[in-house]
Ligand binder design. Structure first.
Ligand SMILES: [Fe+2]
Length: 334
């Protein structure tokens, strides 16, 4: 009787190499005793029945050749290897989907290679995320700088217009101060107040397109000259229109000469059809004009200002905003 013990040893050695010595492999069966048992059973079988077992060959009376292809210990080893391979494939799929947080169980050089690969990929991905974040921050920073530069240029233009006429010196800044104080008293949000503040600084920007002789003319304007002046809200809004981040401000600039009773310009809209910001700016603008000297009149007294504001409530001005301004005047906040 021949057996193939050397095959079992070879397979065990191979498995040990594959598993890199991380698993203890043993075979539960005793080949000699099993073979003895098999031999006894086979001797009891008839030749015909024996021929149906292709793995068992009768060499002579009492001598058989038996080919042993596996044992329960080897099968368990192979199952372990299969489980590791399945685990490896699953982890590869997860890594391909972007999950680089997992490591695989010890499996010799293969696990080292896989774990090293996911570590390298994770490092590369983290580095890329850092670069993206830096890039995003730089774009935001540049974008903010660019917006500030635009605003600085536009403010410089608006202030230059104020400075053309000594009677309108600092007019835009004053209007901004009053409009912000009124907005705050009315409980508007900081975002709304910011928009009203910027729009107030830019409200007369469109006068850049008004001839100088009209802007600096001493005395009253002719009807034709007034028609030219009345174009400035539209011109100001047009200048701001291409700057998307100033769209809300452009709308207020367009409406700052509308009247509550609908008799203003350029569109003649009335009441709450006019944005609240523009209604506030209209009062702040007129208030600054009232309290400053003009080439054709002196500055109004406090009482004259109060009388004029009350008279204009519901006509030129939003009555609620007039009340707020009167309250601020009474408290001497303005
Ligand atoms: Fe204006």
């Amino acid at each position: 009787m021949k057996n193939r013990n050397y095959d079992i040893e070879t397979i065990i050695n191979s498995l040990d190499q594959i598993l890199n010595g991380n698993y203890k492999i043993h075979v539960d069966i005793d080949p000699q005793s099993e073979l003895r048992e098999i031999t006894e059973k086979i001797n009891k079988l008839s030749d015909d029945l024996l021929s149906s077992f292709s793995a068992i060959k009768k060499i002579s009376q009492g001598d058989f050749s038996l080919e042993i292809k596996g044992t329960s210990g080897i099968a368990a080893g192979l199952k372990t290897v299969q489980a590791h391979i399945r685990h490896l494939i699953w982890q590869c799929k997860k890594a391909a989907d972007g999950d680089l947080s997992q490591k695989i169980l010890p499996m010799g050089n293969l696990s080292e290679a896989f774990n090293s690969m996911v570590t390298s990929l994770k490092n590369a991905r983290d580095e890329l995320a850092d670069l993206n974040l830096n890039l995003e921050n730089k774009v935001k920073e540049r974008s903010a700088q660019l917006k500030k530069t635009y605003l600085d240029v536009i403010h410089a233009l608006a202030f230059a217009i104020d400075e053309k006429d000594p009677y309108t010196h600092n007019h835009s800044k004053n209007v901004t101060r009053y409009a912000i104080a009124i907005s705050r008293e009315m409980g508007l949000s900081e975002g709304e107040i910011d928009i009203i503040g910027r729009a107030s600084l830019l409200h007369d920007l469109g006068k850049i397109g008004t001839p100088d002789y009209i802007l600096t003319k001493p005395g009253k304007l002719s009807p034709q000259e007034w028609e030219k002046i009345k174009l400035h809200p539209h011109k100001g809004a047009k200048i701001l229109e291409p700057l998307e981040f100033l769209n809300a401000e452009a709308k207020l600039v367009l409406q700052h000469h509308e009247r509550f009773d609908g008799k203003g310009y350029p569109k003649g809209i009335k009441g709450k059809s006019i944005s609240l910001g523009a209604r506030i700016m209209a009062i702040a603008d007129s208030f600054d004009a009232m309290i400053r000297e003009r080439s054709y009149r002196k500055a109004l007294t406090n009482q004259e200002v109060i009388t004029k504001l009350k008279k204009g409530a519901g006509m030129q001005f939003d009555p609620k905003v007039v009340d707020v301004l009167l309250k601020l005047l009474q408290k001497e906040i303005i």
